[in-house]
Design a protein around this ligand. Structure first.
Ligand code: ATP
Ligand code: MG
Length: 394
């Protein structure tokens, strides 16, 4: 059986301006996402994207799952490609359409013949196929006004296509169409969700993770990579930078008032992430912060953190309740990994009484005890990078 996937213009999540560029990016992203599964062709013709396996024993289910994750697609259609011969169509269609027709009561057939050399007209194709389907499923009735199922056949350049089930896509915008951003990724629940959400708006992702060995374990780093791997199913390859953060945390612990530990640490994170992000051509930072969730996420605390960077900081979960964030993390399958109990560097030097209404001048004064620029230079220099995608061995 030669099953393929069609994405019609109406099934694209994007409309209007820049449509051509978006489609080109989308085609490239689809190719990248499914090329690992084998020999498959992805091409655009006559306002349709065709995804056609070239090998007989092609694993179609993994391709369908992968296609559900590609942003920019509102829906896609499975279809059977057959020879442009009415007898072949009449023979193949009843079996292929079984799932759609066995529980339906009414149907109609719509045909489209863009290859005008095909001997039958569209109404003739519809009539013949309708007859064959009625013969195969005697419980069915034709209803041209409100059918339960509309069966579509197209006669195109290379083949005839019998449309099967339509599947909901991931929506959003093709990754890369909105530029690039760097997500500050912890092992928690929120930041992978934040990364997914911004990727959905078309941003290509870089990631920055702060590790404080021996306070944090290699397992914590592995957890972050596994989280990013889940996100990469949607976003495509993510370049992860792991920043050595121990020295900075220890220096903060030695030299600064305890109530400012977290805030000063977060300011370091933002500055370092911004440096790395700029080197990679990113236009924004992304965090998983949500107002009021913890002491460092009050408005005054967020203002103090933002004061050290000039890049926009995107916080897509800022107005969400934890249970709403968890719902998304379950959907993208990061939740189970996020709740594994490995320490994040944030939990290493936590003050007993953090400031919830910090004043910028006081924080800046506390930071003067540190050689901030030197510490940042060393951390950036020590950062190691790797690429993570759905196929990376972890
Ligand atoms: P959760 O709140 O579920 O523990 P979280 O990822 O939101 O997870 P927080 O401690 O709330 O963790 O941190 C707020 C934000 O700061 C995170 O969303 C993330 O963007 C960033 N962050 C925290 N720890 C790290 C880290 N070790 N490396 C990089 N970014 C971090
Ligand atoms: Mg959080």
């Amino acid at each position: 059986m030669n099953e393929i996937i069609l994405i019609k213009n109406g099934e694209l999540a994007l409309k209007g301006l820049n449509r051509m560029t978006f489609e080109d990016i989308l085609v490239k992203n689809i190719r990248r996402r499914i090329s690992a599964f084998g020999n498959i062709s992805v091409r655009k013709a006559q306002s349709t994207i065709y995804i056609e396996p070239k090998d007989e024993d092609y694993p179609f289910d993994p391709v369908l799952d992968a296609m559900r994750q590609v942003f920019g697609i509102a829906a896609f259609t499975r279809a059977l490609a057959v020879e442009k011969d009415m007898d072949v169509i009449l023979k193949a269609a009843p079996k292929y359409l079984e799932n759609r027709l066995k529980n339906a009561k009414t149907f109609k057939v719509e045909s489209k013949r863009s290859d005008k050399r095909f001997p039958l007209t569209s109404p003739e194709i519809s009539r013949e196929l309708g007859g064959a389907l009625l013969a195969a499923y005697p419980h069915l009735k034709v209803d041209v006004h409100h059918p339960d199922e509309v069966i579509m056949v197209e006669i195109r350049d290379y083949a005839a296509y019998i449309h099967g089930e339509q599947i909901k896509g991931a929506g959003g915008m093709p990754v890369g169409s909105g530029g690039r951003a760097a997500v500050l990724i912890s092992g928690g629940i929120d930041s992978p969700v934040a990364a997914y959400m911004m990727s959905k708006r078309g941003l290509e992702l870089n990631a920055v993770h702060f590790a404080s060995p021996p306070y944090t374990s290699p397992r914590a780093e592995l957890k972050v990579k596994r989280l990013l791997q889940k996100v990469s199913g949607y976003s495509g390859t993510i370049r992860l930078g792991i920043v050595p953060f121990t020295e900075i945390q220890e220096k903060i612990g030695e030299c600064c008032p305890e109530e400012y530990f977290t805030l000063i640490m977060r300011r370091f994170m933002m500055k370092i992430a911004e440096r790395i992000a700029k080197e990679r051509g990113c236009g924004a930072l992304i965090t998983g912060e949500s107002v009021g969730q913890v002491a460092s996420q009050t408005l005054p605390a967020l203002a103090v953190t933002d004061a050290v960077v000039s890049m926009p900081v995107l916080r897509p979960v800022i107005g969400m309740d934890k249970d709403e964030i968890i719902e998304i993390s379950r959907k993208i399958d990061t939740f189970k990994t996020s709740i594994e109990p490995y320490e994040d560097c944030c939990t290493v030097f936590t003050p007993k009484h953090p400031k919830t209404r910090p004043q910028l001048e006081k924080v800046e004064e506390a930071e003067r005890a540190l050689n901030v620029d030197e510490l940042i230079d060393r951390a950036v220099e020590g950062t190691t990078f790797e690429l993570i995608d759905p196929q990376t061995e972890l």
